[in-house]
Design a protein around this ligand. Structure first.
Ligand code: ADP
Ligand code: MG
Length: 396
């Protein structure tokens, strides 16, 4: 039986680069005893693809410059029988021949930006390799807070009232935008459309604050969302595992923030440790809410997962008005921190079992895709070639 080379892909050009390194370390250590041969694929902050055993060791990341020099550049290539390989590029040494590993499956352990927004998933599709998590569509819509809200609204999933605008709108029509914002009513929350980890997110109480927050947020994104703030706020998250055709919800969690708006520090730096990753952040699991509210949220989470055509594991984050218990969709995380394993080990799966299930889902989705007719034999090109370039007029 040939080696089942499991590529663990992580890092990337993303504000959540470091969080992704931690998630990947968890994945690799959880699968140490498995039947897979684990091959790291680390994408640096400048976008280089690197591989090598040393990338499995968290302590190596203390000196990134040295790590980049010692690791080996690599790329996906197709061999002459159509297999996809992760191929090392020239190692430089006389006795170290570059290796090439046929890809069994890819674990996408990125957070944010191109690793989570469908771009890397698109690379996997192009190379026709199985990969964990949502496909291109779910990943990309899930990453855009404005598009995600529009999709929810169209499917009767409650969202907060909001407005969105581009930088050019702000330059030309600031007064109109401020008027609309006043109509929504303060306090408001300003968010970049496509970022995560609370970067650029700010709750504002006045028009002056709003202008300042908008201008800061434009440093991160050209498209912004301004929405009504929920008050008093209770945040509840729930994870969903499976495919749009067959999925189930985990227990719910109630994350605790030191301030009302969860910050990057609340999420990752409040007593978190490398091995535990997100699990050690402050949270109540299962969430201390009524059985009725739990049910509403779990049902909604499954509905949203299906609506986004998500796959693998996703975490659905909700904003709840603590007085009225009104529930609003906040966001879908298609690659949640630590794969939200801490919600599954309270349900029925430990981290290793969760990873095994994610890999199996990726393989099934890949088989389903390849089991369909994907190309169609025609003699279009030979016909067109016979007619020459003029024959192309009016095509399509
Ligand atoms: N409409 C809102 N009302 C009150 N607080 C909010 C609202 N939207 C977001 N927040 C707070 O800001 C945090 C970050 O916003 P979120 O939309 O989750 O962005 P990110 O993708 O950066 O996590 C949330 O966890 C919550 O604490
Ligand atoms: Mg969030």
């Amino acid at each position: 039986m040939p080696d089942k080379n499991l590529i663990v892909a992580f890092g990337g050009i993303s504000p959540e680069h470091e969080v992704s390194v931690l998630s990947a370390m968890q994945v690799m250590s959880s699968l140490e005893e498995s039947s897979y041969t684990i091959i790291p694929l680390y994408i640096t902050k400048s976008g280089r693809w690197l591989t090598g055993e040393l990338l499995k060791d968290l302590s190596e990341y203390k000196d990134i410059k040295k790590l980049e020099e010692s690791a080996v550049s690599c790329a996906f290539v197709k061999d002459d029988i159509g297999r996809t390989l992760l191929k090392e590029q020239d190692k430089g040494g006389l006795f170290s021949k570059p290796q090439a590993f046929p890809v069994y499956a890819v674990v996408c352990a990125f957070h944010g930006s191109e690793g989570e927004n469908g771009a890397f998933q698109g690379v996997c599709e192009m190379f026709n390799v199985p990969y964990t998590g949502s496909g291109v569509l779910g990943s990309s819509v899930g990453m855009d807070k404005v598009k995600a809200k529009q999709l929810c609204e169209a499917n009767n999933i409650p969202v907060t009232n909001s407005l969105d605008f581009y930088e050019s709108d702000w330059e030309k029509h600031q007064d109109t935008i401020l008027e609309e914002a006043n109509l929504l009513g303060f306090p408001l929350v300003v968010k970049p459309a496509t970022l995560g980890s609370s970067i650029g997110v700010r709750k504002v109480e006045s028009q002056d604050d709003l202008i300042e927050a908008v201008e800061t947020a434009f440093r991160y994104d050209a498209h912004l969302l301004v929405e009504e703030a929920i008050h008093p706020l209770m945040e509840i998250n729930c994870s969903v595992l499976g495919t749009a055709e067959n999925c189930r919800a985990s227990v719910c969690e109630r994350p605790l923030g030191s301030t009302e708006t969860l910050s990057f520090e609340d999420k990752y730096q409040s007593g978190g440790s490398a091995e535990k990753g997100m699990a050690s952040a402050d949270r109540v699991i299962p969430a201390d809410i009524s059985a009725e509210l739990t049910d509403t949220i779990r049902t909604m989470a499954v509905h949203i997962f299906k609506t986004f055509d998500a796959a693998g594991v996703a975490r659905l984050d909700f904003l709840v008005n603590a007085d009225t218990e009104q529930v609003f969709f906040n966001e879908i995380n298609t690659i949640p921190g630590s794969f939200s394993f801490y919600l599954w080990d309270k349900s029925d799966l430990n981290f290793t079992q969760l990873m095994e299930e994610l890999i199996q889902i990726g393989i099934q989705r890949h088989q389903a895709k390849n089991g369909r007719i994907r190309s169609y034999e025609t003699n279009l090109l030979s016909e067109k070639a016979a007619k020459g370039i003029k024959g192309l007029k009016g095509i399509k």
